[in-house]
Design a protein around this ligand. Structure first.
Ligand SMILES: N[C@@H](CCC(=O)N[C@@H](CS)C(=O)NCC(=O)O)C(=O)O
Ligand code: FES
Length: 113
């Protein structure tokens, strides 16, 4: 067994990003983000018409710490598309502004052109 599968939180994260095309690990829920950084990511996904699963890391400290270990990224939010980590709010915002995010989501079949 790999280290990644060793904790329930890490197993939950692996399963969630494998099962859902777009997952945002965030503070709060999409309808009520509890941090400005998470809110930025939600607004961009909503603007692009992306259906996504929001996972509220504030519900579980194992999850809040686990997502940092899983991704090897120190902060929240964290956006996953097709099981791949894309970035936090800065990267997501930059990719949105350059048009790269929309292109990627179309290529991945997450939104239509
Ligand atoms: N520059 C970051 C902003 C996100 C950030 O700084 N998040 C902090 C405050 S919400 C964080 O997750 N800290 C660790 C924690 O709260 O567990 C990004 O691009 O996503
Ligand atoms: S919760 Fe304070 S900056 Fe995100």
């Amino acid at each position: 067994m790999t280290e990644v599968a060793a904790s329930p939180a890490l197993e939950f994260i692996a399963k969630t990003v494998a099962e859902h095309p777009v997952v945002l690990f965030m503070k709060g829920v999409p309808d009520q983000p509890r941090c400005g950084f998470s809110s930025v990511a939600v607004q961009i996904l909503d603007h692009l018409g992306v259906e996504f699963v929001g996972v509220d890391v504030l519900q579980d400290d194992e999850l809040r710490q686990g997502i940092k270990t899983f991704t090897d990224w120190p902060t929240i939010p964290q956006l996953y598309v097709k099981g791949e980590f894309l970035g936090g709010s800065d990267i997501v915002r930059e990719m949105f502004q350059s048009g790269e995010l929309k292109t990627l989501l179309i290529e991945q079949g997450v939104i239509s052109a």
